[in-house]
Each structure stands twice: as structure tokens, then as C-alpha cells.
Design a binder for this molecule. Structure first.
Ligand code: ADP
Ligand code: MG
Length: 687
């Protein structure tokens, strides 16, 4: 086994404690460590005396801890540590927030190195939350550019740096250049070893730039090649299924309980005209939460069915699939359309029966989850596949779904619009339609950000809504995560609400790990109004539609992305009553505050997702794991757009020269690609 693939404990000095902490950072192997990129650097080549420090500069200085170490707790959730550091020229106050573990290393008289920004305090200059190290290591770090790593409580920068140095020694004899020599030469890239060493411990600013360029180039290059493999070869000319217009659809529209918005009509016209052509449609419909994408999908399905074909509709969760199934059944059965549900948790005999019906063409529309794209699902004559909430699926899943038919039309829907540059990467082959209008009569949801100090008052407010006959959602962060992080789990919150804060109301818990039957029961109970308060994890994030629910409380809202919060918030404000969303923010950080402000002040999902993308970067934004896409560790799709364009041209050239992109001459590159793209079992790269 390559040394890189070894468990991180292979590195000397990494024992159970450190490896446990490193796992929190997703570092399991030596290789993970090497790709744990600095989030910034400290230029410690310029060291100052305390007497010379100036307001606003970012510097390094050395001194002794002088006088008392003052630890206080002015508020719940806030631990202040204050002390002075002195050298022969002067003294300055150092302040830390919530860093209990510092206590161990802070000993009056201890010599320390401080690196941080000089600010104005109450009594003169001050440094808050700097990097602090015992100064006996000063010789190590003096006069160099030092990486700053993303870390976790209990793991110091010094420890990370020392582990990284050892990991990089392993690089020397186990990493081989995997980019083709021609590419390296033409684009004047540095070698991989130089790049890795200098991205962590740059010998100069120039070397850092060169290293970074290489790694950014490489990440985009691998991403683009991988994506080509996923979807590239489907771009060849193909004959599609012509679906003709007919009266049934007009009749269906007339019988709807509401009039379509202009935006819905025009998007359906675009889809309709695609379906009438003999080339397969590839269209993305984007529209804010609640803009009414489902009905557009249903009309498209009806078009397929009235032409004698089958349609498939895939949603990311069972709860959502079921809801879509019920509404389609209600709307379409009067028109003689046969709708079935296919989800993983169906009893075997029921599933087998449905599978047989699908194969024999005794079903017109199948609504389901991932279960739809499993082996053993064979459609008889599939003409249209629709994926709802596309951003929750992988690029490859879309392709697999389409493979269930013979060049069926493909429609994907999302409430998470993305910038054009990204669309080019993810959905390069899609046409885009936008539903840019909400159905009439929707009121803006009043959104408030509060801290948990106000909990009782928040839930008093919830009670008033419940007393008026409304219903409430309480959303909690994922249960899995709470093993690591100190967050209240949904179970605990449901318990607290039903026994204390909302004890006279009917409170129920819903989460993804529950048996399907129970989930169904609870969802039905909430829909019918027998349950007043639904405490849930993010399983309700997408799609759920209960118009009488007018208030949503999000616990630990700082743990969610903005787009996710917007989706969640979209669960209320679906009926005629004024609706509310209360975000409980437990974080003191400026970024959290900024994000909550955006939620309070913005109702437009497009603006929100743009800001989200800027704050978080695309990796987290898309949940790359779901996409099966490698995470970008160095490259940034906003900052490095010009490199991306260079790479795209290069890849186009390669493909033009060799349309099947046979990488047999580049075994190392091929191996790297296979490694980076985490394909499901049974799928081999470039096969
Ligand atoms: P999303 O775009 O978020 O998937 P849905 O399709 O779930 O939104 O629609 C949200 C709600 O709006 C549903 O209850 C749906 O029946 C309703 N709706 C859709 N179109 C209209 C319309 N033109 N007028 C009034 N209500 C509509
Ligand atoms: Mg929807």
C-alpha cells in the first residue's frame, strides 16, 4: 500500500488523541493531511518590538506573560481570557474569546510568540484572538511564511504544522507527477512535489504563487476531465421522441383550482416546444421556493402520457416523493392516468408488483426516490424523466436516470439557481428556463434572528399562533452531526417542547431515520391538523406543503447554509395567513450575524443563493459529496475564473484530438481521476 494511503497514525507523534481530532477535520490518511490546505499564511519575516507596534498592522512579536491571567464569564456562552505580554520596550493586552483550553499553556512568566492584528482596546492597544505559541520554538518559525490551517478545538496550529511537515517528507518518495508532460510544459506549471511543499511552507511569496497556480490548474483540469466522462459522450446527435400537442392538456389546465402565472405559462411553452422536436430535451427549470414548479412538471408528464408514453419523476427524499405522488394522483387520475410510487422502503411484494407494472407499461407515471434509478427498474417506453430539487442529486444520477429510456427528454428542476460560470461546469449541456414570479397573494414571511436567551419568548409567540389555530415547524440540525458538535439533538428539543415549553400542545418528532410507516403517519397527522408542532430535522427542507403551518423556528440556525434556510423557510407562507420564521442563532461570529441579517432582509432566493455561494464557496454550497464531484481545495470558482477558462480550452482541445479521450497513455492521470471522483460501486472510469 502506498504510504499516502496509510492511516494518519502512521505519522510519528500522531496517537489516539490527535487522530481523533484530525478526523473531525476529515483527515483520516496521510494523503488527507497533505491536502489539508492552509486557509491563510502568516508572514513572520517581519518581527517587531512591542514598543513599536502600530494600530491596524498585522505583526509578530515576542514577550513574556506578565502579571495575572484574568479569566471571566461576563455572559453565558462567553469566556474571556485576558493578560499582558511584555518585552523590554513595552507591554500590550491580549484577549481571547471562548478558548478554555488556553489555560494549560498560559503561565505567568512564560515566553510567547504572538501573531495577530493590533487593535484599539479600552486601555490602549490590544490584540484579540491572535495566534499564540510558546516561544521556545521561535527558532523554528522565525523568518518564514507559516501556514494557518483550519483547525478544531484542542488541536493547535503548532501541532498541525508539525504533523504536516512529517507528512510532506512522505511526499518526497511517494508522489509522482500525474499531469501529462505536455500540459506542464505548455502552461509552465511547476511539478507536483514543488507545489505541495510550497503551498504549505513557501520559501518565498513567488514560490507560493507558482505552487498555487499549479494546484488550481490541476483541480480544474481534473474536474473538467471527470465531468466530460460523466456526461460528455451523451452530446452526440441523437433522435428523440416527438410528443405532440393535444386537447387533454388544455382541458387539464382549465380544471386546475388556480390560474397559472404568466411565468409558469411561458416556461411550459418552452418545455412544450422542446418536447415536440425530435431531439431530446435537456432543460433546467429554476424557480424560487413556492414558485410552482411542480405543476409545470405535471403538465409536461401529462404531455408524455397523452402521447402514449411513460414518465418518471424523481425526488430527493421519500417524504417529498410521497407528497408529489399523492398530489399527482389526485390531479391526474380523473384524466385516466395511472400513477405509482416507487421508494426504497416499500414492502417487497408491493415493490415487485410495481416493477412488473412499469415493465409491462401498465403504469403511466412513476414517482419515486433514488429507487427509480436502481437496477431492476425497467421502463416500457419512457419518454420523459424529471428530477426535482436537482441540486440534491449528483450529475451522474441525472445521466443514469436518462439511461432508463431510449433518449428520453430530460427536465431538471431546482430552487437553487447558480451563476453562469458554474452552470457551465455542472449543467453545461442544459438549456435554462426560469419561473421568475410567485403565485399571487403570497405574503412576505416575516423573519427574525434571535439568540437562545430569548427562547421562552420565542415559544410564547409560537403558542399565540397555535392558539389561533395555526401550526408550527421546529427545525433542528442533523442528528448525525451532534455526535461531534455540542448541539441539541432533535430528540432532546422535541422532549423539551412537549414537556415544558409547549406542553399543552400536540408535539411530534420527524426525522429521516424513522421507519417509513411512522413518517407517513406523522406527516399525515400534521397535514390533517392533528399535530400542532412538527419538530424535525432537515427532512422537511424540500417540497413539503402544509398551508396552515405559519410559523417556523430554526434551532441553531447558524449551522445551516443560507440556501438551506431559505428552502426551510419556504415551508411556511403557503396559505393566506401572515407567516413567520424565527432563526435562533447561537453563534457570536460576525459571519453568522451577517448571514442572519441577509435572511431577515431578503426574500429573494436568487439573491440569497448568490450571497451564500460567495460566503461559503462552491464546495459546501453544493454539498459536493452528493454530486460525486471532487471538492475544490485550492481553486475558487470566482477568484480563478481565468484559469478555469484556460483549462476548459485545453480540455476542449484534448477532446477534439481524441473524442473518446483515451487516457491509456496517461495511467497516473487516469488513476488520479478515478480516485478523485467517488463513483458508486460498479462504475469504472472511462470504461
Ligand atoms: P415549488 O416551486 O417550490 O416546487 P410548488 O410547486 O410546491 O412550489 O408550489 C407551491 C404551492 O403553490 C403549491 O401548493 C401549489 O399548489 C401552489 N401553486 C402553484 N402554482 C400556483 C398558481 N399559479 N396559483 C396559485 N397557487 C399555485
Ligand atoms: Mg418543489
Amino acid at each position: 500500500m502506498s504510504e499516502l494511503k496509510r492511516d494518519i497514525r502512521y505519522i510519528k507523534g500522531v496517537g489516539p488523541r490527535k487522530s481523533y481530532l484530525l478526523k473531525r477535520l476529515d483527515i483520516n490518511t496521510v494523503e488527507d493531511m497533505i491536502w489539508h490546505m492552509p486557509r491563510g499564511y502568516d508572514d513572520r519575516r517581519n518581527i517587531k518590538k512591542i514598543g513599536d507596534l502600530e494600530l491596524g498592522e498585522k505583526v509578530t512579536f515576542y514577550g513574556k506573560i506578565s502579571g495575572e491571567i484574568n479569566i471571566s464569564r461576563p455572559r453565558r456562552n462567553l469566556l474571556l481570557t485576558k493578560f499582558n505580554v511584555r518585552d523590554e520596550t513595552g507591554s500590550i493586552e491580549i484577549v481571547f474569546f471562548n478558548r478554555a483550553y488556553l489555560k494549560r499553556m498560559l503561565i505567568p512568566g512564560q515566553r510567547v510568540m504572538i501573531n495577530g492584528e493590533i487593535k484599539k482596546g479600552y486601555k490602549g492597544l490590544q490584540v484579540t484572538g491572535p495566534i499564540i505559541e510558546k516561544a521556545d520554538t521561535q527558532s523554528d518559525n522565525r523568518q518564514c511564511i507559516v501556514p494557518i490551517y483550519p483547525s478544531t478545538d484542542g488541536l493547535s496550529q503548532k501541532e498541525l504544522i508539525s504533523i504536516q511537515k512529517k507528512a510532506l517528507q512522505i511526499v518526497n518518495n511517494s508522489v509522482m507527477e500525474y499531469l501529462p508532460e505536455r500540459i506542464i510544459r505548455n502552461h509552465r506549471l511547476c511539478g507536483i512535489k514543488f507545489a505541495l511543499h510550497n503551498i504549505h511552507f513557501p520559501i518565498s511569496i513567488q514560490a507560493l504563487k507558482i505552487a498555487k497556480y499549479r494546484l488550481v490548474f490541476e483541480e480544474f483540469f481534473l474536474l473538467q476531465l471527470g465531468l466530460f466522462n460523466i456526461k460528455g459522450r451523451v452530446l452526440q446527435d441523437k433522435t428523440g421522441i416527438v410528443l405532440k400537442n393535444n386537447d387533454k392538456i388544455d382541458e387539464f389546465i382549465k380544471k386546475l383550482p388556480f390560474a397559472l402565472t404568466e411565468a409558469q405559462k411561458s416556461v411550459f411553452r418552452e418545455i412544450s416546444s422542446d418536447l415536440e422536436k425530435d431531439i431530446p430535451m435537456n432543460r433546467l427549470v429554476q424557480g424560487d421556493v413556492g414558485s410552482g414548479k411542480t405543476i409545470v412538471a405535471i403538465m409536461s408528464l401529462l404531455k408524455a402520457v397523452t402521447n402514449g408514453y411513460q414518465g418518471g419523476f424523481m425526488a430527493p427524499t421519500e417524504i417529498l416523493a410521497e407528497q408529489h405522488y399523492l398530489s399527482m394522483k389526485e390531479l391526474l387520475e380523473p384524466f385516466g392516468v395511472r400513477v405509482r410510487l416507487l421508494v426504497g422502503s416499500l414492502p417487497k411484494n408491493e415493490k415487485d408488483k410495481t416493477l412488473k407494472e412499469i415493465e409491462l407499461g401498465e403504469v403511466d407515471i412513476v414517482v419515486g426516490t433514488h429507487a427509480l434509478i436502481q437496477e431492476g427498474v425497467n421502463f416500457c417506453n419512457l419518454a420523459l424523466v424529471i428530477t426535482d430539487e436537482q441540486h440534491r442529486f449528483g450529475v451522474r444520477q441525472r445521466a443514469v436516470f436518462a439511461d432508463k429510456g431510449e433518449n428520453p427528454h430530460v427536465l431538471v428542476m431546482t430552487a437553487t439557481p447558480i451563476p453562469r460560470t458554474l452552470a457551465l461546469i455542472l449543467y453545461g449541456d442544459l438549456d435554462i428556463s426560469t419561473i421568475d414570479q410567485l403565485p399571487p397573494g403570497r405574503r412576505t414571511i416575516k423573519t427574525y434572528s434571535r439568540t437562545s436567551v430569548n427562547r421562552n419568548r420565542i415559544y410564547d409567540f409560537v403558542k399565540r399562533q397555535l392558539d389561533e389555530g395555526r401550526q408550527a415547524y421546529v427545525v433542528c440540525p442533523l442528528i448525525e452531526e451532534s455526535e461531534y458538535m455540542d448541539i441539541q439533538s432533535a430528540i432532546k428539543i422535541a422532549d423539551e417542547l412537549s414537556t415544558v415549553l409547549l406542553k399543552n400542545y400536540n408535539v411530534a418528532l420527524l426525522h429521516g431515520k424513522m421507519p417509513t410507516k411512522e413518517k407517513e403517519k406523522i406527516m399525515a397527522g400534521f397535514k390533517e391538523g392533528n399535530i400542532d408542532v412538527l419538530v424535525s430535522t432537515t427532512v422537511i427542507e424540500v417540497g413539503i406543503d402544509v398551508p396552515n403551518a405559519t410559523i417556523m423556528v430554526v434551532e441553531s440556525a447558524e449551522r445551516f447554509g443560507l440556501t438551506q434556510l431559505h428552502q426551510l423557510r419556504g415551508r411556511v407562507g403557503r396559505g393566506g395567513h401572515q407567516s413567520y420564521c424565527i432563526l435562533i442563532n447561537n453563534s457570536e461570529s460576525v459571519i453568522s450575524k451577517r448571514r442572519m441579517d441577509i435572511m431577515q432582509n431578503t426574500a429573494d432566493g436568487f439573491i440569497i443563493s448568490k450571497k451564500d455561494l460567495q460566503i461559503r464557496g462552491p464546495g459546501e454550497f453544493f454539498g459536493t459529496k452528493q454530486h460525486g464531484l471532487p471538492e475544490l481545495k485550492v481553486a475558487n470558482l470566482f477568484k480563478h475564473i481565468s484559469v478555469l477558462k484556460t483549462v476548459q480550452k485545453e480540455v476542449e482541445k484534448m477532446i477534439a484530438a481524441d473524442p473518446n479521450l483515451n487516457l491509456d497513455n496517461y495511467p497516473l492521470l487516469k488513476e488520479k481521476l478515478e480516485q478523485k471522483f467517488c463513483f458508486e460501486e460498479g462504475y469504472s472510469f472511462l470504461s
